[in-house]
Design a binder for this molecule. Structure first.
Ligand SMILES: Cc1cc2nc3c(=O)[nH]c(=O)nc-3n(C[C@H](O)[C@H](O)[C@H](O)COP(=O)(O)OP(=O)(O)OC[C@H]3O[C@@H](n4cnc5c(N)ncnc54)[C@H](O)[C@@H]3O)c2cc1C
Length: 425
């Protein structure tokens, strides 16, 4: 029997584990001998998996059309098409099912393990690396990678510790150490910026309304201070928090506008249509009907039923209209003022907040330098990338883990099969 091929995986996170296990599964299926090692800088693996989805781990999203799925990546949507055609969300569901983990979808499409615990995913991964004899090297921060010869790379963990591999996968997430490793081998790191955050807004309209939510608000984000007048739009659930606004539609908006938000130093104007998609004219008509049908009622008691009462009262305050007025006494001008505030509240964003949210980093290894059929580097033979280290990020809902699974799995296929050095046992 000739020497087995060595695969080194840097990073014991979602992408690193999925790649290591997928490589071992393929090697076993093909009867190949492969020495697979995961190098993890800390003493603990899968730290983000543990805290993900509020401790429930939103593993993927219940959308099995690859084109539609990829539209949920502000960066990387085009590049991910090819690997997703080979390993997409439905493959993730099957992969976990084969490993004994049932994923279930919620009404909004997010998929979780049926135990509702991220520990199920962690246990699954730890059992599989034991089953396949994958070596887990804890407290092994990779500090440098040297090219021994084309396709053979040496990892350096300290002065004395090193490991030479035939293929190296860098899956270090958004850590600076990983970006430095990529740069040292000739890769470009695109400008980084936080993504998936909520907005800090100090506005009288919402300052006393913490906890109120809107099922379907329409949002328009602009940056008066930036040239180019770029406009970002989003629609969906919005939540009022004690620091401003959060909720799925806000998080999505932050992802699509991540770079502009950073450039504008997190200052911008958010125009909110609290009535969803209703136009100004329609809202005026709705208020006029309300007036004619409820002439004797007070404004504080009769209002559009999609609005929470506390919000309606606060809106009347900001429009300087008395709650105790009867509808019959409200003027045409006041109706126009209320309608305008309902469909186009202008709120000043003064900062960002990442409290408890699923956040990711936008920016990373430049995508033109990667072959997305294999996730191999076009710059350095034998080098691969997977997960958040790439300049790929998704909106909230399981898309970021799916990027880790898809890119990790794809890299694994090529690392095991790509060169003739792989030997049959
Ligand atoms: C609070 C929170 C909740 C989230 N919830 C979800 C969710 O429910 N669904 C979803 O899709 N996404 C979620 N995400 C995003 C998701 O966790 C990440 O996109 C995903 O973990 C990225 O996987 P990765 O393997 O690329 O990186 P990571 O999971 O960050 O793993 C990288 C690993 O590499 C190690 N490392 C770094 N440098 C070195 C080095 N030089 N040598 C050795 N090891 C090194 C790190 O210690 C780490 O263990 C969440 C993120 C956060 C912060």
């Amino acid at each position: 029997m000739s020497a087995s091929k060595a695969i080194a995986i840097i990073g014991g996170g979602a992408a690193g584990f999925f790649a290591a296990i997928s490589a071992a599964q393929l090697a076993r299926q093909k009867g190949l001998s492969v020495d697979i090692r995961i190098f993890e800088s800390s003493g603990q693996v899968l730290k983000k998996v543990r805290i993900s989805g509020g401790g429930r781990c939103n593993v993927t999203h219940n959308c099995f059309d690859v084109k539609t799925f990829c539209q949920n990546y502000p960066r990387g949507s085009r590049e991910l098409l090819s690997p997703m055609l080979r390993f997409q969300a439905s493959d993730t569901v099957d992969w976990f099912k084969d490993a004994g983990v049932q994923l279930v979808a919620e009404a909004d499409g997010r998929m979780f393990p049926d135990t509702n615990s991220s520990e199920t995913i962690i246990d699954c991964f730890l059992n599989l690396i034991e089953k396949f004899h994958i070596k887990l090297m804890l407290k092994s921060p990779v500090k440098a990678i040297e090219v021994v010869s084309p396709g053979r790379l040496k990892l350096k963990m300290g002065d004395k510790e090193s490991f030479t591999a035939d293929a190296v996968l860098v899956a270090t997430g958004s850590t600076p150490a990983g970006y430095r490793l990529a740069e040292s081998l000739g890769h470009t790191i695109t400008e980084r910026a936080p993504s998936l955050f909520s907005f800090i807004i100090n506005d009288l309209l919402i300052s006393e309304l913490t906890g109120l939510s809107f099922v379907d608000a329409s949002l328009t984000l602009t940056f008066p201070a930036l040239p180019g007048k770029k406009v970002f739009k989003q629609q969906g659930p919005v939540l009022i928090t004690h620091w401003g606004l959060s909720g799925p539609a806000i998080l999505k908006l932050s992802a699509w506008a991540a770079r502009e938000m950073k450039l504008a130093d997190y200052n911008g104007i958010l125009t909110v249509n609290w009535m969803g998609v209703e136009k100004l004219n329609d809202v005026e008509k709705r208020l006029n009907v309300m007036k004619s049908e409820n002439a004797k009622s007070y404004l504080k008691n009769v209002y559009p039923n999609i609005l929470p009462k506390r919000f309606w009262l606060s809106l009347l305050d900001t429009c300087s209209i008395d709650h105790d007025k009867q509808w019959s006494r409200i003027s045409k001008k006041e109706i126009a003022t209320i309608a305008q505030a309902l469909v186009a509240s202008q709120l000043k964003i003064t900062g960002q907040n990442r409290f408890k949210d699923e956040f990711v980093e936008c920016g990373g290894v430049a995508l033109p330098e990667i072959d997305f059929k294999t996730l191999a580097s076009k710059v350095c033979p034998g080098l691969y990338f997977a997960g958040e280290i790439l300049d790929v990020d998704g909106i909230t809902g399981g898309f970021n883990f799916q990027n880790a699974w898809t890119t990790g799995w794809t890299a694994a296929q090529d690392m095991v099969l790509f060169n003739a050095k792989t030997t049959a046992t």
